[in-house]
Design a binder for this molecule. Sequence first.
Ligand SMILES: [Zn+2]
Length: 315
Amino acid sequence: MSPRPDLGPKPHLGYTASLIDRAAHRRDEAAALAADPRAAAYLVGGELIITRRRGERGDPLFPLANALSLAPARESVLLGFLDGAPRFGLGIGKEDAEALKARDDEFLVTDLRTIAVQGLVAPEHLPPIAEAKALLAWHARHRFCANCGAATNPVEGGWKRECPSCKTEHFPRTDPVVIMLAVKGERCLLGRSARFASAMWSCLAGFVEPGENIEEAVRREVHEEAGITCGRVDYFASQPWPFPMSLMIGCHAEALTTDIRVDRAELEGARWFEREEVALMLLRRHPDGLGTPPPVAIAHHIIRAWVEGEADRFA
Ligand SMILES: [Zn+2]
């Protein structure tokens, strides 16, 4: 077995390690907490996050009264508390977000992926922004009762919607997605989707289906997308992925076969990569410019962990 490459210090996984105390027992106080002078809010307009320019970076946290003066809030959610100060997420209209984007000298308005990858806000803001964006996306898509069709009302700081007609309670959803690296000895299986940046290769991924556990979803997705049969599946780590409201469940899987059959509806390509080649991709030193997803994404960490020998029990 070849020596493990030195990839340097481990980067932080984006959207994780939130400093917010969610304090679920205080959610019914949301209306009163909005009057707290320490209350502050993140502003979300669809995919766009509003930040106030502070040098090269943006400050995404606005005093609540200030945030409410910038655009009408379609939805307000109580994210929790930071050092006792209430933190809210405000959903504004896309057209209002676009209007703030036009005030380019004051505001830096862009999508969350760009903010995260380019480090446009301090890292501690990413988890509460992810929380706000996912929760507000749920509200935007669940205004009517799935049981009877009546308009529903948000309650408990935005953590539930109630139907006044049939009394059904609706709770925010999180969609589980498995994202996995199939490995066999000194090689791992990477794929590329047509929507990826050019030359980027990544883990395979897919939604967990009803009646399926994580291991079964991993084996099914790898087989569907690349025709590879997997045996043992090991959980690695997970990551909230607010696009719009997923939980990425990262795994390593032991490949039992090697002949690839790519599902062209899902992937543009899939192939085996040697460990040393993947190390060069992680380090952005690949001779042909091939690369992996950035450190903000869990795929980077799953791939890196294997390169560094953390999944060698499959070798
Ligand atoms: Zn109903």
